[in-house]
Design a protein around this ligand. Structure first.
Ligand code: 2P0
Length: 357
């Protein structure tokens, strides 16, 4: 105990995070002002997710309210590791390169939401590593903001459960809400959108990511969505079809009906791209190899393989298939696509803290 007169304070030295959290909780329950002095370093890992029914377009851009619910599969082999540590000034380092102010601004605006909820207001260094190409339609913003939200939730001692954390995570990126969870995940539209795990996906499911280009895309997905909402005559039809696809895919997942899940997945991607191609000015992410892979998938299907294609805001193609067939399909695809440009993934886990000291 320290201090005198009518003030005074208690300083508690705790053996570990768990006891510290308990001490903080009990004091807070007594309405005491508590400051966590522990200067620590937190690392979180979040996996990328690929939407089977896509999120495309916001009703309210400022509040990140999507027009339609989406459903995704979290992937085990693509992830972001993000470390937050105490620093003298705010800094954001991505894949070992210190980012300029423009790139860092969005990240620290997001962090300010956590600072506002916390008693800890100090500056931090954020170091993030993607184990796959950044911003090439491989969902780096999804795993990136999910890892950042998970690390910040712990660092700033907020400790929200994942569902509540998803409500804040959407301000980083809509798709990031889904990377907080493993398996098949829904991002539920509504006044306060939130994500939740719909099914663990521990059945015969796999995905092959086919990288056609590793370049950063020319039109951001945010801009492409905005153009589609504002000018595509097909956008109302997109919203309507996404709504019915979500309901149908949820039922198909529960009965492990792979063919229906695959058919909905492929048409959701094609309809999303059709809606953006019809925007003014149009958005066309496809490259010649995108079509080549789509045709290969179709031809593998006619040979009796269970595989369906999906594409995001970029030229890369992801093939939803069976775990039991994934190796054979990978070998068949390698006749046209270099093996180094393909990644076999299985369903991945939700975001977690992987290091804390
Ligand atoms: C999705 N995409 O459902 C869709 C399909 C890309 C194509 O969500 O504006 O980075 O930050 O909320 O989440 C990519 O967009 O967009 C995306 P913002 P986000 O995965």
């Amino acid at each position: 105990m320290t201090g005198g007169g009518r003030g005074g304070c208690v300083i508690a030295l705790c053996q570990n995070e768990k006891s510290k959290d308990e001490v903080i909780k009990r004091w807070k329950d007594e309405n005491l002002w508590v400051l966590d002095l522990n200067l620590h370093k937190i690392t979180a890992r979040a996996h990328a997710n690929i939407a089977l029914v896509k999120y495309w377009g916001k009703q309210d851009e400022k509040n990140v309210i999507p027009y339609n619910s989406s459903l995704s599969l979290t992937l085990d082999h693509l992830y972001t590791d993000t470390t937050i540590e105490t620093a003298n000034k705010d800094e954001f380092i991505l894949n070992g390169i210190k980012q300029e102010e423009a790139e860092s601004e969005k990240v620290f605006k997001f962090i300010d939401r956590f600072r506002e909820l916390s008693e800890r207001k100090n500056k931090i260094r954020i170091s993030s590593f993607n184990n796959f190409p950044t911003a090439a339609g491989l969902a780096s913003s999804a795993s990136g903001f999910a890892a950042l939200a998970t690390a910040a939730n712990r660092y700033f001692n907020i400790n929200l459960p994942r569902k509540e954390l998803s409500v804040i995570t959407r301000f980083g990126s809509g798709s990031a809400t889904r990377s907080l969870f493993g398996g098949f995940v829904v991002w539920q539209k509504g006044e306060i959108p939130y994500a939740f795990e719909y099914d663990s996906a521990d059945w015969d499911i796999a995905m092959i990511v086919v990288m056609i280009s590793k370049e950063v895309k020319k039109v951001s997905s945010k801009e492409a969505m905005r153009r589609t909402v504002d000018s595509s005559p097909y956008y109302p039809a997109w919203v309507e079809s996404a709504q019915s696809d979500i309901e149908s895919i949820k039922r198909a997942i529960k009965r492990h009906d792979f063919v229906t899940v695959g058919e909905i997945t492929e048409r959701s991607a094609l309809r999303m791209h059709a809606s953006m191609m019809a925007a003014k000015p149009p958005v066309l992410y496809w490259q010649p190899d995108t079509i080549k892979v789509l045709q290969q998938v179709e031809s593998l299907r006619s040979e009796g393989f269970e595989c369906y294609a999906t594409m995001d805001a970029g030229p890369n193609v992801k093939i939803l298939t069976r775990k039991s067939q994934v190796q054979t399909i990978f070998e068949k695809m390698s006749k046209e696509i270099n093996k180094d440009n393909m990644i076999i993934c299985l369903p991945g886990e939700g975001a977690t803290i992987i290091d804390e000291n």
